[in-house]
Ligand binder design. Structure first.
Ligand SMILES: *Cc1c(COP(=O)(O)O)cnc(C)c1O
Length: 424
């Protein structure tokens, strides 16, 4: 199996090469040359989640140096539960947030870390990542104490929640947490600069861990595949999925699972007030713009990086529209949904997941599974005033809150970040 750049079919790589590289040289994103077709009748219903994942990802790793290690990679990466809860007869919640840093990002970050560690045996790797929230903690947690890998996580100082900051800065050892006096865009700019910076590129193999990396996409399709299969076994019909969406990484994975033949009826996206996808569905024009700050901040994206993968799959506005629905949800509506779900079902959703429930209300009465992307206790400052109750702190978060903070502070200046790394 090869992976192609979305911009050039002749630019193909093995999965390992695509993982190490992240982005293709031509600026495109790697996509598989074809989608392996799975016949669910051939799957043994007793497979554990990691066994299932290794089985359905096997073709993507065929012929690659990681092929024989895929079962181990899956076993180590997916070591936490994946509950699907029934809200009512046609509405279900898939809790993707039971991993060590309490968001769905743990699936991708842990899988990427397992792959990268195996690919970094011979040479050292530096991973540099900018974060406005959940990616930073998932990547730091996943790579903590991995041999031969150091990680630089940059976040805009004072612009993320206290609990998010603690989850990024509690690691130490091979994780350098940098509070940058600047914005998220400044952090992202330093990441880009690093890839053409002599000091960074000569020090070690440089890589990034954001959601353009194919090793974050592939593990994400496994939970859509697994839960759609289980749902079909139990109910004898296909479920639809509703996915809170920002950079379109999580949702692209769902479309890939559907393309492999898993019993997924249809897929709907829910976004916050950043409406670039809804507007594309309305007028056929993809118009990136500056992001708007909302209370579902992990979805504050004005130029979704994985859109290029989704529009590669559905490559005209007509086929895109025939396959993709999208709903844009305001902060006011998010607040109302958090209240409504709590009152109706005695269940608390995070602000991102709330956009999914909003979409559910607009859709038909067929069965829908909403992807719950983060644990509400990460967003207590938003949710507690809305529901008028204190949220219990998940044990994983409590463990991280109890650890001492280790961070350096820099200006938005790549030389200061380099100095911090050199002095670590
Ligand atoms: C990252 C994130 C999203 C958006 O996912 P994309 O793959 O960027 O579309 C939604 N909710 C939460 C909690 C997130 O951390």
């Amino acid at each position: 199996m090869f992976f192609y750049s979305t911009r050039d079919k002749n630019n193909h790589k093995s999965v390992s090469a695509a993982i190490l590289q992240g982005l293709a040289e031509d600026g495109g994103l790697f996509v598989p040359e074809y989608f392996p077709q799975i016949n669910i009748a051939d799957l043994d219903s007793k497979l554990s989640y990691p066994e299932f994942a290794a089985k359905i990802l096997a073709d993507y790793f065929k012929g690659d140096q990681l092929e024989s290690q895929l079962p181990d990679i899956c076993r180590n990466a997916f070591n936490f539960p994946l509950p699907v809860r029934e809200l009512n007869a046609n509405t279900y919640i898939m809790e993707l947030f039971q991993g060590p840093t309490l968001s769905f990002k743990d699936f991708g970050a842990r899988f990427l870390a397992e792959c990268m560690t195996r690919l970094s045996k011979e040479r050292k790797t530096t991973i540099i990542v900018a974060t406005s929230g959940d990616t930073g903690s998932a990547v730091a947690g996943a790579f903590y104490q991995k041999p031969n890998i150091e990680v630089v996580v940059m976040f805009p100082k004072g612009q993320i929640s206290k609990r998010q900051e603690q989850q990024i800065t509690c690691w130490g050892e091979n994780i350098l947490s940098v509070a940058v006096n600047g914005t998220f865009d400044d952090c992202q700019k330093i990441v880009k600069q690093a890839f053409s910076d002599e000091w960074f590129t000569s020090r070690a193999h440089l890589s990034s861990a954001n959601s353009i990396n194919i090793a974050r996409l592939l593990p994400q399709l496994t939970y859509y595949a697994y839960t759609s299969w289980q749902f079909f076994l139990k109910h004898g019909e296909k479920a639809g999925y509703i996915i809170p969406t920002g950079n379109v990484g999580n949702s692209t994975a769902a479309f890939w699972a559907k393309a492999m033949g898993f019993p997924i009826r249809e897929i709907s996206l829910a976004t916050n007030a950043n409406r670039v996808i809804s507007d594309y569905l309305d007028n056929g024009k993809f118009e990136p713009r500056k992001s708007i700050a909302t209370i579902a901040n992990a979805m504050d994206v004005g130029n979704p990086s994985n859109f290029e993968r989704l529009s590669y799959l559905y490559n005209t506005p007509e086929t895109f529209r025939a396959n993709v629905k999208a709903f844009s949800v305001s902060d006011e509506e998010i607040r109302e949904i958090i209240t409504e779900v709590n009152q109706k079902f005695n269940y608390v959703v995070c602000p991102h997941t709330a956009t999914g429930y909003f979409a559910r209300k607009k859709l038909d009465d067929k069965p829908w599974i909403i992807a719950a992307t983060a644990d509400p206790c990460k967003f207590e400052t938003i949710i507690e005033p809305i529901i008028g109750n204190i949220l219990p702190v998940a044990p994983q978060l409590q463990t991280l809150l109890d650890k001492p903070v280790k961070l350096v502070e820099t200006d938005a200046d790549i030389r200061q970040v380099a100095a911090a790394l050199a002095n670590k």
